[in-house]
Write a protein that binds this ligand. Structure first.
Ligand SMILES: Cc1cc2nc3c(=O)[nH]c(=O)nc-3n(C[C@H](O)[C@H](O)[C@H](O)COP(=O)(O)O)c2cc1C
Length: 319
């Protein structure tokens, strides 16, 4: 297929290289889990995708132990400023992923971060152990927007749940473990602090914000097949900024900031709020090369402080 818009050269991002948990990345822009299908993109763009990959690391969509079908349709609702999705994490499960997806993703020219989710610490530990021993995998991201089947509590909403989860998972890999925080809780900063105290290497935020849409023709019925869904895109950018700043004030861990990023300015804002990397999600639905464009934009954002680590002292300095 013809290349419908991949830029003709590597992004001009020199000077924005980042060391993230020991991974050497060309620039601070990565993809948000579940929003860029690199295997489909390779089919569409061919080797041009490998030569000019839009992100400095690739984060997989969420992988669970058993295969999942995902939610019934409809799965998307467009908003004035973003969308609500109720995709429901369809995936091939651990065995299917190892057999079919991992070899294809290992061919990407950037480090691979595998995002996993389970409904108990034991399930997550099994996933982390399996991926932790694979050379193709550079780091793991834990999607904790899921109830614990044993306690009924949303894992990522409760500091005690996160502490127990990390205690169960941490011994199974020496690879960097990133905890992806949910915004749907009283205090993501408390959860981040528990993650830091129990061995996480980094946190990422925000996941989607819970929301719903009513059916336009059937009063009282939800539009989405799954009932409620998750809001993403520009509508959540202000929430992301505020939560990244709150989390940065509490932890020294590296932070991946995301939520509604569409431009270099938006990415720089998240870096200024305390993030070390920025992930782009919904924007790639309308522009699959958004990562390259935003990384180039960012390289042109003048901010000498950006070259410095995001310490709490630096935040205080900014006021
Ligand atoms: C269609 C869609 C699918 C997503 N799938 C996942 C997923 O599999 N795992 C996950 O941790 N987050 C998933 N997310 C959340 C994104 O990774 C990201 O946290 C969120 O969308 C905010 O970023 P954005 O506003 O740039 O999209 C998904 C988001 C969307 C819109």
């Amino acid at each position: 297929m013809a290349d419908p818009g991949l830029p003709s050269s590597q992004p001009a991002t020199s000077g924005r290289r980042v060391d993230f948990c020991g991974l050497q990345l060309d620039h601070p822009i990565i993809n948000a889990s579940g929003t860029f299908d690199a295997i489909a993109a390779r089919r569409a763009f061919g080797d041009a995708l490998l030569e000019r990959f839009p992100f400095s690391a690739f984060v997989s969509k969420t992988v669970t132990l058993a295969p999942r079908q995902g939610n019934p349709p409809p799965r998307l609702w467009e908003l004035g400023a973003g969308m609500i999705n109720s995709i429901g994490l369809p995936n091939k499960g651990l065995a299917g992923y190892l057999e079919h997806d991992l070899p294809a993703l290992a061919a990407l020219p950037v480090p691979l971060i595998v995002n996993v989710m389970g409904s108990s610490a034991e399930d997550v530990a099994t996933l982390v152990r399996a991926f932790g021993e694979r050379d193709e995998v550079a780091a793991l991201e834990l999607n904790v927007s899921c109830p614990n089947v044993k306690t009924g509590l949303l894992m990522g909403a409760d500091p005690g749940e996160i502490a127990a989860l990390l205690d169960g998972v941490r011994p199974h890999t020496a690879k960097p473990v990133i905890v992806k925080l949910t915004p749907n809780c009283a205090s993501p900063a408390d959860v981040a602090a528990a993650a830091e105290a129990h061995g996480a290497d980094a946190v990422s935020l925000i996941n989607t914000v819970r929301g719903m849409a009513m059916h336009p023709r059937r009063p009282g019925e939800p539009w989405l097949g799954g009932g409620a869904g998750g809001v993403s895109g520009p509508a959540v950018r202000a929430v992301a900024l505020s939560q990244v700043r709150e989390v940065r004030a509490r932890v020294a861990l590296p932070i991946v900031g995301m939520g509604g990023v569409q431009s270099g300015r938006h990415a720089q804002d998240l870096l200024d709020a305390g993030a070390d990397l920025v992930a782009v999600g919904t924007e790639t639905f309308r522009d699959p090369t958004a990562g390259t464009r935003i990384a180039e934009d960012l390289a042109n954002c003048e901010d000498p402080l950006s070259a410095q680590p995001h310490t709490p002292a630096r935040i205080a300095q900014r006021g």
